[in-house]
Design a protein around this ligand. Structure first.
Ligand SMILES: C[S@@+](CC[C@H](N)C(=O)[O-])C[C@H]1O[C@@H](n2cnc3c(N)ncnc32)[C@H](O)[C@@H]1O
Length: 203
């Protein structure tokens, strides 16, 4: 495997050949978080296909981490745009560094809280259980944010309302997320990986 820091530039496709190769876009500390916190390339490929039913759509990853989902989706679906909102500034910086190495123009990273975003600017959504860290003492990305059950409940309620307000036809992919986090206006179109990965469409 090659590293972006020590070897000559790779063909873009090479980075997407395996999760191990892709992780070399990031520092070691970020690589170590991958198995627990970042979506695998195989899952991303399935999700990116589902959330791009037509070309030119805008997809939001709610809690985008180091940008793995957005970057791999941008590679596989070049006619759509993938936006990531992430509360941790250092993760956004890692996402932008990887984006520059990959030279992908259709991935975009925003530093902030998802509650600040106008969801009507996006067509479809991906959600990988972003608030789970508030409930566990292990497996945290870092200790640089405030954790609380109250925040967990607040974010879940807020996201529910935002998704509920989206128009018919909105697509949502959830990974490792309880069904009752999704408003009843969305029907379950497909389940994969047991039932860990779910594809929803608003009626
Ligand atoms: C499980 S990781 C998923 C990362 C990425 N979506 C992926 O699949 O590779 C969840 C991310 O959501 C971020 N996050 C959690 N709550 C957030 C909030 N209220 N606003 C923005 N980002 C948030 C966390 O900092 C973390 O990086």
């Amino acid at each position: 495997m090659q590293s972006p820091l020590t070897d000559p530039p790779l063909r873009k496709a090479t980075w997407f050949k395996s999760d191990e190769q892709f992780q070399l876009l990031y520092p070691l500390a970020m690589q170590k978080l991958a198995r627990r916190h970042w979506t695998s390339l195989a899952i991303t490929k399935m999700v990116s296909k589902f959330v791009t039913p037509s070309s030119g759509v805008k997809v939001l990853d709610i809690g985008s981490g180091v940008g793995k989902f957005c970057l791999a989706s941008a590679y596989h679906e070049p006619s759509s745009h993938f936006f990531g909102i992430e509360q941790r500034e250092d993760l956004v910086a890692h996402a932008n560094t990887a984006k520059d190495i990959l030279g992908l123009q259709n991935a975009h990273f925003i530093h902030g809280n998802f509650t600040q975003l106008d969801f009507s600017q996006y067509d479809h959504f991906y959600f990988y259980n972003a608030f789970y860290e508030h409930l566990t003492d292990t497996d945290k990305i870092d200790n640089n944010i405030t954790f609380s059950t109250a925040l967990y409940n607040y974010y879940n309620r807020y996201l529910y309302k935002k998704l509920d307000a989206m128009p018919a036809g909105t697509r949502l992919a959830t990974f490792h997320t309880l069904e009752d986090r999704v408003p009843p206006g969305y029907y379950l179109a497909e389940s994969h990986v047991g039932t860990l990965l779910k594809f929803w469409i608003k009626t």
